[in-house]
Design a protein around this ligand. Structure first.
Ligand code: F6R
Length: 272
């Protein structure tokens, strides 16, 4: 797992947007997996800027969101469909028919979840999955104890997640208790994952995810089993990482590799 530590949330957003933008330029028909919540907002703002100022073209991009609250119609102000419309889709040249957010009002939930999985497969799978992380270590709404092989399904939110998300609603009493969520297994099938985290409340979850054991009690830790994960976090979220200095060295080496300065990495080969 690659770990990139940035100074603050704004830098996390810019760095994350660079990964997405590079993919969109290389593969204009790419399939993006998207997340809601506070964390990806900076990345979405930067993508909107790149679209407006540099013509980043989303016209053929396909998206799948991770989750949606059960019971909320797409038009509900707190639905994740509305969140995505307000914070991203409305500002891009994306074809709304190519955007997928689970339907929180689906009547036959099992059949609907199976359909969502099929839709992802029919598009050829997710090229890059953007992820936030819950304070309890969840990815999407895969709460502690979720099977690491799980697929899109119904999930009950923990009281911690309900409390965390109450800020988007009138209070805890208004937060739905159930969600449709991609499973951990669904996420692990993405070709690449981009995990984002900012702020001190995410420090323990990040430590458990990056340096702890792989466990269903911290579903983000399953990302250790994925072969291409980039974790972009701010200093506060990185505060409890034991191998922080090493991750910085790896990034310095990565920069040298990308800038063609490989010889400076090999002892005795330095030209400067
Ligand atoms: C949202 C999602 C969640 C959030 C997580 C962090 O689609 O899947 O896992 O990413 O709860 O939320 P924020 O970013 O609001 O701290």
């Amino acid at each position: 797992m690659r770990v990139i530590v940035q100074s603050d949330a704004a830098a996390v957003g810019r760095t994350a947007a660079r990964f997405v933008a590079t993919l969109v330029r290389e593969r204009p028909t790419c399939v993006l997996g998207l997340a809601t919540g506070s964390t990806p907002l900076g990345m979405y703002q930067e993508l909107i800027r790149l679209h407006r100022e540099e013509g980043l073209d989303f016209s053929r991009v396909v998206t799948f969101n991770l989750d949606e609250y059960v019971g909320l119609a797409a038009s509900h102000p707190q639905s994740y469909r509305q969140f995505m419309h307000t914070n991203l889709f409305a500002h891009l040249n994306i074809d709304q028919r190519n955007t997928h957010v689970p339907d929180g009002r689906a009547l036959d939930l099992d059949a609907y979840c199976a359909l969502y999985e099929r839709q992802i497969a029919d598009e050829g799978g997710i090229d890059l999955q953007v992820l936030g992380i819950g304070t309890d270590g969840h990815i999407a709404f895969n709460e502690p104890g979720s099977s690491l092989g799980s697929r899109t399904r119904l999930k009950t939110l923990t009281s911690e997640t309900v409390a965390d998300n109450a800020r988007f609603f009138g209070g805890e009493q208004d937060v739905p208790r159930l969600a449709i969520t991609m499973g951990v297994g669904t996420i692990l099938e993405s070709r690449r994952c981009l995990l984002l985290a900012c702020g001190p409340t995410k420090a323990q979850a990040i430590r458990d995810t990056v340096e702890g054991p792989v466990t269903a009690q911290v579903t983000a830790s399953a990302l250790q089993l994925h072969r291409e994960v980039v974790t972009v976090i701010d200093e506060e979220a990185a505060a409890l990482l034991v191998r922080r200095d090493y991750y910085r060295e790896v990034e310095r080496a990565q920069e040298l590799l990308e800038s063609g300065g490989l010889r400076r990495l090999v002892p005795g080969q330095s030209t400067s």
